[in-house]
Design a protein around this ligand. Structure first.
Ligand code: SF4
Length: 350
């Protein structure tokens, strides 16, 4: 639908059940019609008002004249050999964001990796989104509708959500927290199946802890020392290692949820045995598990390389033995479709 056609219309995706009930009441409809709208949007994933068969033609026409269903327009879709699907969406402000659907064999379920911002201001040198720079914050309905859009397209239910697409979720705090409530209450995905991944915005980690949501927090640590971390995660110049670690301990104390430490492995930068020891010592007292991510080279950072796998295994062994923590190596998905964050939006632009 053209943007001009949506002018003066309200988007229904992103409204809670309570909001849809009061909307129905405002239209002098019985409140159960608000519940029906909620069910069509969040449980049956409809793409048009015509699919709402328990509404009369008159009611459907009224809805068409005054409302629209989705704030996103699907611009591109790529499917990989391993069944990973990557979506590129256009927002109302014409910025592009992406989401990825992955099949998790170990759980026999689908997971969606979603974006919280168009572009990102953090500027990690290994990340294609960092190269785009910050464009805009997503509204809660633009975040949630990525999940609904995937379900509309595949007709299959998503069971896990990771905020690991474009953007730093904790720099769009209010809309992300609003989206998490909608994902729990309307999309019906439990908090324990939602992961927020942050580059380490320490004050917002504490704020999130105080929300007492039972979500998982993943932190992109990427280096065991302040100096290397400042190169790999430039925002760490502002939120130093000590402050970050303190916020992580706080998060665990408040939520009792084990934290995931993400560590992208880059050859000759953060993959040495000494760094493995340093990492083990750093996180020893934190309730966490460590996820090593062998780097997936992108067009934006040709000088950065993935370490040989024997070095990755050695690193894993040292961290595991010295810290006593569980260490995993992330299995890559969708390599043939540029499924690392920011890569699809970047290739679409060029
Ligand atoms: S890795 Fe995450 S935080 Fe860093 S630039 Fe990319 S999207 Fe932003």
């Amino acid at each position: 639908m053209q943007d001009s056609a949506l002018k003066n219309k309200t988007c229904l995706s992103g409204l809670s059940e309570t909001e849809l009930i009061s909307l129905a009441e405002k239209m002098q409809w019985p409140s159960y019609k608000g519940k029906q709208l909620h069910s069509w949007i969040y449980k049956k994933w409809v793409s048009s008002f015509d699919e709402m068969t328990d509404f009369s033609t008159k009611d459907r026409n009224y809805l068409k004249e005054n409302y629209y269903l989705s704030p996103l327009t699907l611009t591109q879709k790529q499917e990989s050999k391993d069944k990973t699907i990557k979506y590129l969406w256009k927002l109302k402000n014409n910025n592009l964001v992406e989401s990825v659907r992955m099949f998790l064999e170990e759980h026999e379920s689908y997971s969606a990796c979603i974006s919280s911002q168009a572009g990102c201001a953090v500027g990690c040198p290994f990340c294609a989104t960092g190269a785009i720079g910050f464009k805009s914050n997503l509204k809660a309905n633009e975040i949630v509708d990525q999940i609904l859009g995937i379900q509309r397209d595949t007709k299959e239910r998503i069971q896990n959500i990771v905020f690991m697409g474009q953007g730093e979720p904790l720099l769009n705090y209010n809309e992300v927290v609003k989206a998490i409530h909608l994902i729990k209450d309307s999309v019906s995905i439990g908090a324990r199946r939602i992961t927020v991944s942050t580059s380490g915005i320490a004050p917002q980690i504490k704020k999130l802890a105080d929300e007492k949501l039972q979500i998982t927090l993943a932190v992109s640590l990427h280096a065991p020392d302040q100096k290397t971390r400042e190169v790999l995660v430039p925002i760490s110049k502002k939120y130093k290692m000590n402050e970050l670690l303190e916020s992580l301990h706080y998060y665990y104390e408040k939520t009792k949820r084990r934290i995931t430490i993400e560590y992208v492995m880059l050859e000759d930068i953060n993959d040495e045995p000494e760094q493995a020891k340093e990492l083990a010592d750093l996180i020893k007292t934190l309730h966490c598990h460590i996820n090593l991510i062998p780097y997936n080279p992108t067009e934006t950072s040709r000088e950065l390389k993935r370490p040989p796998m024997n070095k990755v295994y050695k690193f894993k062994e040292i961290v595991e033995k010295r810290s006593g923590k569980k260490v995993t190596i992330r299995h890559e998905r969708g390599v043939d479709i540029d499924a690392a964050c920011g890569q699809l939006a970047n290739s679409f632009k060029s």
